[in-house]
Write a protein that binds this ligand. Sequence first.
Ligand code: C5P
Length: 406
Amino acid sequence: MSQALALQGRHLVLGLSGGVACYKAAELVRELGRAGATVQVVMTEAAQQFITPVTMQALSGRRVVTDQWDAGVANNMAHIELSREADAIVVAPASADFIAQLAQGRAGELLPLLCLARPLERCPLLLAPAMNREMWAHPATQRNVAQAVADGAVLLGPGSGDQACGEVGDGRMLEPADLCEDIVAFFQPKRLAGRSVLVTAGPTFEAMDPVRGITNHSSGKMGFAIARAAAEAGARVTLVAGPVHLPTPRGVARIDVTSARDMLAAVLPQAPRHEVFVATAAVADWRPADVAEHKMKKDGSGRPPRIEFAENPDILATVARLPAGQRPFCVGFAAESRDMVQHAREKLARKGVPMIVANLGPATFGRDDNECVIVESGGDTTLPRADKLTLARALVAHIADRLNAA
Ligand code: C5P
């Protein structure tokens, strides 16, 4: 999904402390650059045992700073200069020793000094821990991490899985793409902090026999973008997804389903536990009334089989009819091929929901961009053509306004 230039105009200090995960910092600096950030790399002495400043310099396009006595910094105060310009300091990898230094407020070399000297209210510190699982689990590390967080640091990860030492467990650094997604999310306004959002996405697949069935062209991209935007805005998010091949947005709980009836069964127990329900799924209106037990074969007669259809439940309308107290704020989508606002207005009334997002279906299916109109009883709001994540963020902001006004 296009997240072009989500960090445009941001300047980050990327600090590397010592650890095998330094090799991932090389990829991270590229990811951050692709997202539009400028990156000043700072390396500890230990980090330079794992990757050279030459590599990081080539990838960041800036001279790497390693020394607190660096005479190349105008006023000879690298520790002041570097953090004054930065929108955030990201330390990836953050070793156990480095976090211990932070916890104690030590400043024995440039990177911890920089963290200590940063203006707390203006320059956040993000830490991506990377260490062996025993080191991570050690009470001393856990104590230091808790202290660093209490002092204002934000943790990114750590992840879990294979470690360089051959062991498996918690403590490995998040992958560069995940770190970049978390950093992008960090900078988004937390409009839905403390709220919860349930999203349906993708097509449904209605089987006619064990091999074949009926589905549609929905890619799920818009629904996944909304789930991501809501999570970035601080909400707890559950995503009920039809059959699509999209990665789950970071921090989102995902439930995979196949048919419309599966989707309803997944949504119904969740709906009362969420404050907002966004139905982006392109749910099949009909399903084959009977599912053949075995694959339907040609019988040589030249006559194709007759398939009877049954109507699927309307998931959005069902949720919108839940009693007050169990009913989330419902947002529907309308993919039309013409007269989209008029159809959306009818749908608003028919489904009994306060908000319908109208778009031209054939012009958006499978694409990375879209254009929509938010239709409400009080009027229409046009969201001009943009990538789906940008639109999703605008829609989330709009929904947050409605919740806060209520
Ligand atoms: O009626 P129509 O399919 O045009 O309405 C589209 C909206 O209703 C979308 O928000 C879609 O997710 C939702 N919907 C649903 N269950 C259905 C059909 C549509 O939740 N069976």
